[in-house]
Structures are given as C-alpha cells and as structure tokens.
Design a protein around this ligand. Structure first.
Ligand code: FPP
Length: 254
C-alpha cells in the first residue's frame, strides 16, 4: 500500500521524461545504525531493504539503467569486520534476489575490480549475472570495489597498450575511445545522480560519466530513503532544464 503522499508524488511524474539511467550513492547506513545504538552492519542490513524497494520503484516507472555504489575501492580501508560483513551481506542478498530479478526481468551487471572480491562473492555475482542475462526491463549495475579514478586508469592502460601494439594512433584517441575502454562502456551515461544522507560530494563515483548528469542531494539516510524520496528525486530531475552547454533557446520544449 502506497501512502497518499507517495501516490501523489508518483502521479506527478511525467512518464515521457523518465531518466534513462539513474545512479545512486547510497550513503548514511553507519550513521543511521549509530543513531539507534547499533553496530554499522545493522545499518547495512536495513540498507538492503531500501535497495529492494528502490530497484522495484525504478523498474516500475521505466528507468532502464540503475547503478548502485555498493562498495568503493576506498571501502577496503574500513575495519575488517565491517568489510567481511558487507561481503557476506552481498552474497546473501544477491543469492536471495536472483529469482526476483529473473521474475521482474531485470539483468544484473557489475562494474569495478570484481576479481578483488572474495571468491564466494565473485562466484555468486557471476552466477546471477549469467542467470539474469536475458532481463530486458531494466539493467541493475552494482559498483563493487569500484572507483572512478581506478576505472579511468585501467582504461588509459588499455588504450596505451593498443597504441603500443599499433592497434590505434594517439591522434585518433577521442571521447568514444575512452568511453568504450571504461567498465561502463556498454551503458549510457547517467541522467540523474542521487546521493543520500546530506553529504554533497561525488566520492570518486563515475567521474567521467557524470559530466552532464543532474545531481540530486537528499538529506535522508539510506535506510530511511523511501519510494516517495525516490519519486521526489525524479520530480526534481524533471524540473531541471538540461542544456548540455547550449543556450536555453536552443533546447526543445517538452
Ligand atoms: C554507505 O553508508 C553504504 C555503503 C558503503 C554500503 C552500501 C551497501 C548496502 C546498502 C548493502 C549491500 C548492497 C547491495 C546492493 C546488496 P556508510 O556506511 O558510508 O554510512 P555513514 O556515512 O553513515 O558511515
């Protein structure tokens, strides 16, 4: 059952202007747990409920790509117990959700240095990516052991190696060369980036890809982030005029 406010926010969304790709920095699990006198992992566990809710909400309104920043390169520096707990939670969640993803026609993809994850995690991710590969309603992209700078460095290494092998010339390198060398090469760039918890930073997420994304900062901590908050982010996006460097007069009216 949706609350009247949630329904009203949903009804205000213009179906013809749904962002094709939404990326989310899910922040605030630790603070949420601490405020309730619990360990940080309690917050991550509750964060999974929000993950489920937002995946469902996004696919229902017609978002085609949803990228979630689940574990950054820098997150390896957290206390070992938290890292282990997050990895366990990840395996458990992906395993439990595989059937729902198949039922809902959602394809799972990953970006990041997946090889660095524990074997169990790696194996489960590969299994679910394979099992959901025909899903064509929405692509869910999990960023794991990912950072924007890491991806750019890896892409530069690939391009440098192509130059060395004579496959390309330095003067032929352009935006599309870099685009396709990135982990995100097969996906469109995000139209909307959402960050929860009141922090207003990019934190090494999709640095190249968000060049023209609209950014919505929500003060709500991730475990408390609701469908209504998500719809509000979409409405905020729909209220913006995207100019991509052009003037207002050059933009077609919707
Ligand atoms: C940020 O909150 C959240 C994370 C680093 C992990 C996000 C992971 C989940 C929601 C669970 C697993 C996800 C999936 C997709 C199954 P924080 O710990 O940085 O919070 P804080 O800023 O309040 O400390």
């Amino acid at each position: 059952m949706k609350s009247p406010n949630t329904t009203s926010a949903l009804n205000s969304i213009q179906p013809q202007r749904i962002p094709e790709h939404v990326a989310i920095i899910m922040d605030g699990n630790g603070r949420w747990a601490k405020s309730k006198g619990h360990l940080r992992l309690f917050g991550h566990r509750h964060g999974v409920k929000t993950v489920r809710e937002i995946i469902e909400a996004a696919s229902e309104i017609g978002v085609k790509y949803l990228t979630l920043y689940a574990f950054s390169t820098e997150n390896w520096n957290r206390p070992q117990s938290e890292v282990n707990g997050l990895m366990e939670l990840l395996v458990e969640t992906i395993k439990d959700e595989t059937h729902t993803l198949i039922d809902k026609n959602i394809r799972l993809k990953t970006i990041g240095n997946i090889a660095q994850l524990p074997d169990k995690c790696n194996k489960q991710l590969h299994e679910t990516v394979e099992a959901t590969k025909n899903g064509n309603r929405m692509t869910l992209i999990l960023a794991l052991s990912y950072s924007g700078r890491w991806d750019i460095i890896e892409a530069v290494k690939k391009i440098a190696s192509d130059v060395k092998d004579g496959k390309t010339l330095p003067e032929n390198i352009n935006e599309s060369t870099l685009n396709s060398a990135l982990n995100t090469g097969e996906f469109p760039n995000p139209d909307l980036l959402i960050r929860t918890s009141g922090e207003q930073r990019i934190s090494n997420f999709l640095l190249w890809e968000i060049a023209y994304s609209e950014i919505h900062f929500s003060h709500v901590l991730w475990p408390d982030f609701t469908r209504e908050d998500f719809y509000k982010a979409i409405l905020d996006y729909q209220s913006r005029e995207r100019r991509f460097g052009k003037t207002s007069d050059q933009i077609p009216v919707h």
